[in-house]
Design a protein around this ligand. Structure first.
Ligand SMILES: Nc1ncnc2c1ncn2[C@@H]1O[C@H](COP(=O)(O)OP(=O)(O)OP(=O)(O)O)[C@@H](O)[C@H]1O
Ligand SMILES: [Mg+2]
Length: 408
């Protein structure tokens, strides 16, 4: 029986011992009175109860210890074999513990990592970023994330997403590390496809507009002229029914020409190529007001310079989509387009004081819509620019693009 390994609770044990000793001292053979049988039986009974109590306590303790051990085993298995690298770092970035995955990321046996700095695994360009990140984690006590490039023992770079949370004591922090190299590569590929699609779309628009202009419009003009000549020549001889048919056909040709020209305008903004971004924006703003009743205020210097055509086209398209969004979603009466330049940069801002919305990162593409903001961003990045949407529900929205300026 294992009861000898467990201490008797002090008070109960002491009291029992005291009573047993008293009893023994009064039970010296020949000198003391012999204790009554009843008293001896009572003491034996109590001893038996204590013994049973101890056995029960002991088995409960064993059970608790077994549970704790199996929980620890389970936790250790989770920790060690987690698909995510996990480190514990002290305030100086020294590695206090690391799981198997974390060690395999670094290409270093686990025991050799302990006590070493995490910093040297971060590539030089990101070292400061990582130091600032760690400082923030210990200062703020919230879970923070950061993307950095690490290098393993063989100096192979890989990109990771770090998630860190300081312990309550702030003596150390847990750092989870997920390898996102492949995801980044796919994102890069997608980005290039998107860029290529945008360029192709613009090329296709230009091609269509050129063909409409050079072939269809020209043919329609000739057709219109021919119909007019035939109409004139037949005015005297042909029956009225026929000449009126000819008149209807002439009108039809004019209306088709008009439609084709509108399509051309939609495909390629007039004036953009010849007169530049500001002229094209003024023209578009006028058309937009005519169609929607929303006033557009353009703030720009008349001497705003010409940019490379791809930049002018991208900025024009961004403005077009921002205005369209405003008309569709903002419920505002006016919109301001600001076009400024300075310090080698061009800034385009389109703002309204309308309904506003929650930041775009929180929106999902639903039912095939919701591409506008993404495409605006792609267009801006394609010309080396930075794109932003600032919006506050109830206060309005500002879409801005900043691009480096190169003289045309
Ligand atoms: N100026 C704005 N005012 C209020 N909400 C806006 C504004 N611009 C965009 N939004 C909100 O952002 C969402 C995303 O805009 P986005 O242009 O990406 O998609 P969309 O206009 O809904 O669809 P799509 O552009 O693909 O036709 C919109 O659905 C709208 O809720
Ligand atoms: Mg849109």
């Amino acid at each position: 029986m294992e009861i000898d390994t467990v201490a008797i609770p002090l008070s109960a044990g002491e009291e029992l011992r005291h009573r047993a000793e008293t009893q023994l001292s009064t039970h010296r053979p020949g000198t003391e009175s012999v204790p009554s049988t009843t008293e001896t039986l009572r003491l034996l009974h109590e001893l038996e109860i204590h013994r049973i109590e101890l056995v029960m306590q002991n088995s409960e303790l064993r059970q608790a210890r077994d549970e704790a051990e199996s929980n620890l085993e389970r936790y250790t298995a989770f920790y060690d074999f987690a698909p995510v690298g996990y480190f514990t770092l002290d305030r100086n970035g020294c590695i206090n513990s690391v799981n198997i995955r974390g060690a395999s990321h670094m290409g270093v046996p686990r025991d050799q990592l302990l006590g070493h700095d995490f910093g040297p695994f971060v590539v030089d360009e990101h070292r400061q970023l990582f130091t600032d990140f760690l400082d923030k984690v210990f200062k703020q006590g919230d879970q923070l994330t950061c993307e950095v490039t690490l290098q393993d023992k063989e100096h192979h770079p890989f990109t990771v997403l770090l998630k860190a949370l300081a312990a309550v004591s702030r003596a150390e922090c847990g750092l989870a590390l997920v390898d996102i190299t492949e995801r980044k590569r796919l994102e890069g590929d997608l980005h290039s496809y998107a860029s290529r699609l945008i360029v192709m779309e613009e090329e296709l628009r230009n091609k269509l507009a050129t063909e409409l202009h050079d072939d269809i419009c020209r043919d329609l003009t000739v057709l219109g002229l021919n119909l007019a000549i035939i109409g004139d020549g037949m005015a005297e001889i042909a029956p009225k029914k026929m000449t009126s048919r000819l008149k209807v056909s002439e009108k039809l040709v004019k209306s088709i020409s008009h439609t084709v020209r509108s399509i051309m305008v939609g495909l390629r903004p007039p004036g953009l190529e010849d007169f530049g971004l500001l002229a094209a924006l003024r023209w578009h703003a006028e058309l937009f007001t005519k169609r929607t009743g929303i006033q557009v205020c353009i703030q720009a210097n008349d001497s705003f310079p010409r940019l490379m055509l791809n930049k002018e086209t991208a900025l024009f398209r961004i403005c077009q989509e921002a205005l369209m969004n405003m008309a569709k979603h903002a419920a505002a009466k006016t919109v301001t387009i600001k076009l400024t330049g300075g310090d080698g940069m061009i800034l385009l801002e389109i703002s309204d004081a309308g309904r506003g919305f929650i930041p775009p990162e929180m929106l999902n593409i639903r039912n095939g819509s919701g591409w506008g903001i993404r495409i605006m961003r792609e267009r801006a990045e394609l010309i080396g620019g930075k794109f932003r949407v600032d919006s506050v529900p109830g206060k309005g929205t500002t879409v801005s693009v900043i691009v480096p300026f190169e003289e045309r």
